[in-house]
Design a protein around this ligand. Structure first.
Ligand code: SF4
Ligand code: SF4
Length: 295
């Protein structure tokens, strides 16, 4: 293979996400992965391929690579990847913690997954619908005792909000950082979440727009996508992390799927400086001239 050029992350980028797999060992009814139609199953790059691809990236201390999914630990080389990324790259993990935690604690140095940040580097999702709280709490305390930066997050889904708040109380009493997250998606015919662009997630129609992202979204086969919606729906990627010439281009790209955006891309949220009002993508209407030229 030709030499892979280093990839510089642009200053205004706020997130680097590597989806090791979209598969999960749980099945939550409100999982954001199923907001649209999940595209065909993707292939998976091996651990060594991922290490080669991700180690091209030059990022900042406050911008980690977030390993997520699905459930990232389902990748057979999950620990290999953690242990072989270059030390300059900070790592965050989003997980449901339903894996062999003994092996993880034995093989991973807690200092490797730690950085100066207002929130924990290992962020565990708690889903009362499919998980029991006490075994999870026990596991999180073991991670904490071993020196890991770990916390639990609960989604404030309308039917689970009470259980989440009770779980938060319990965790606080044990010294576990437990935070809540806004529920994004549909429930009982209502779309929950605060979005910057009207009609973006309603799935009622599609419109051609121009769209630019501030996130590096990588699927399990190394594909780079314009957004979460493209990733989950299996639309054509724009690049691949193993393409030797790949460089991030901060450009507006044509998209024919406005109206089917994923809430993660267009919701109003806090950026890495904890400032509210940020969205992952910027969307523009096409002028008549641009519309004509785009065919
Ligand atoms: S644990 Fe997370 S990824 Fe897995 S089904 Fe539940 S919400 Fe989806
Ligand atoms: S308009 Fe929506 S679907 Fe299209 S690229 Fe942007 S976020 Fe993705």
């Amino acid at each position: 293979m030709s030499e892979l050029k280093p990839i510089k992350i642009p200053e205004d980028y706020n997130y680097i996400a590597y989806f090791l797999t979209l598969a999960c060992n749980l099945k939550c009814s409100f999982c954001i992965n199923y907001f649209g139609t999940l595209g065909p199953a993707q292939k998976h790059l091996s651990g060594p391929q991922w290490v080669q691809g991700l180690n091209r990236i030059t990022s900042r201390d406050d911008l980690p690579i977030t390993l997520q999914g699905g459930e990232p630990s389902l990748h057979k080389d999950f620990i290999y990847i953690l242990n072989n990324l270059k030390s300059e790259l900070k790592i965050d993990i989003l997980t449901n913690l339903q894996f062999d935690t003994d092996e993880f604690i034995r093989r991973v140095d807690p200092e490797r997954i730690k950085r100066k940040s207002p929130y924990a580097s290992i962020r565990v999702s708690y889903h009362p619908e499919v998980m029991e709280l006490e075994p999870l709490v026990k596991n999180v305390l073991r991670f904490q005792d071993a020196g890991f930066s770990i916390g639990i997050w609960g989604v404030m889904h309308p039917v689970q909000a009470d259980s989440i708040l009770k779980a938060q109380e319990r965790c606080k009493s044990l010294g576990i950082d437990f935070r809540t997250k806004e529920f994004l998606g549909e429930y009982n015919g209502r779309l929950y979440g605060t979005y910057r662009y009207e009609g973006a997630c309603e799935k009622l129609s599609t419109k051609r727009v121009l769209c630019k992202t501030t996130e590096l979204i990588m699927g399990s086969d190394g594909s780079i996508y314009r957004c979460h919606s493209d990733l989950y729906e299996g639309r054509a990627p724009v690049e691949n992390i193993l393409d030797p010439a790949f460089q991030i281009q901060e450009v507006f790209r044509l998209c024919d799927y406005f109206g089917h955006c994923n809430p993660c891309d267009v919701k109003l949220k806090t950026n890495r400086f904890q400032q509210f009002g940020h969205t992952s993508v910027e969307i523009k209407e096409l002028t008549e001239e641009e519309m004509r030229r785009s065919g």
